[in-house]
Design a protein around this ligand. Structure first.
Ligand SMILES: Nc1ncnc2c1ncn2[C@@H]1O[C@H](COP(=O)(O)OP(=O)(O)OP(=O)(O)O)[C@@H](O)[C@H]1O
Ligand SMILES: [Mg+2]
Length: 259
């Protein structure tokens, strides 16, 4: 892909080391480009790989590509000297003509300030909304993502990394996946960004935790456990097949393998 970003709209986002750049790509569609981090090496490759793996397992992942920074014109001057790849992701909140689809992340839904994105809500709260507002397909997708992000060691699935959108302008549906990164190679966390039902520890994420979650939100435990088991099986299958084909740095492969 070649993106000629001549009229970029760039925002410093998140922790301040990354930019999101929005631009309608030449081939149509609207894309977000996430630039590499100076602090965390291989982040675009990591995110590309985790999202590609999630798609293989059956999750709703937008089109994405790794692009050489040298192929992006018009970058803001202070990032012009960066090298390597950036990650381009097609926006799920734009229609082909460019009009927007309303989205809300869970900080907006819960009225939580962005700086409190790791606090003031748990996966029980998020699951409650998905169960109340959406359908079986979204609930299954949601459980898949919860399990997948635990398997890859993503300690950054805070409330702004989950959204709903309104494709028919009335009904909330779980928005497509974004920001799936194996964070453990960078920061050796013991747990997830949010408490699941009783625990946020990765080693506390077991059948009991999921059964408790199902009970708290009124879901059939068989549904949650079936989807969880299927996700673990598909993960093993696709991870084994793809780990040497994905553009992953060795420490990411060894970190996930060790899990
Ligand atoms: N494909 C997409 N389509 C539409 N909006 C998106 C898409 N990907 C990300 N976003 C929006 O952009 C925001 C920032 O993106 P993302 O979470 O990937 O960046 P980030 O810098 O890794 O964020 P943080 O580290 O703060 O979680 C998201 O919270 C979401 O609102
Ligand atoms: Mg994010």
């Amino acid at each position: 892909m070649r993106l000629g970003l001549d009229d970029v709209e760039a925002d410093i986002i998140g922790k301040g080391y990354e930019y999101l750049i929005r631009k309608v790509a030449e081939g149509g569609g609207s894309w977000i480009v996430k630039l590499p981090s100076e602090k965390y090496v291989g982040m675009p490759e990591n995110e590309y790989s985790m999202m590609a793996l999630a798609r293989k397992i059956g999750m709703n992942v937008p089109a994405l590509e790794l692009i050489d920074l040298a192929d992006i014109g018009g970058l803001p001057r202070d990032v012009g000297a960066m090298e390597g790849n950036a990650l381009a992701i097609e926006r799920f909140d734009r229609l082909s003509g460019g009009s927007s689809v309303h989205i809300e992340d869970f900080a907006q839904i819960f009225g939580v300030c962005p700086q409190d994105k790791y606090k003031k809500a748990s996966m029980v709260n998020i699951t409650t909304v998905v169960v109340a507002e959406s359908d079986d397909t979204d609930i299954r997708e949601f459980v898949r993502r919860l399990v997948f992000n635990t398997l890859i060691g993503n300690a950054d699935m805070h409330i702004k990394n989950w959204s709903v959108y309104y494709p028919d302008k009335r009904t909330a549906r779980l928005a497509a996946a974004y920001d799936f990164v194996s964070t453990l190679p960078y920061i050796d966390d013991t747990g997830a960004a949010l408490t699941v039902s009783r625990s946020k520890r990765f080693d506390g994420f077991d059948e009991e935790e999921l059964v408790y979650l199902a009970g708290r939100v009124g879901l059939a435990k068989a549904l949650v456990l079936d989807v969880a088991k299927e996700t673990v099986e598909l993960f093993h299958q696709h991870w084994t097949a793809e780990k040497n084909n994905l553009p992953l740095f060795a420490d990411v492969v060894s970190t996930i393998a060790a899990r």
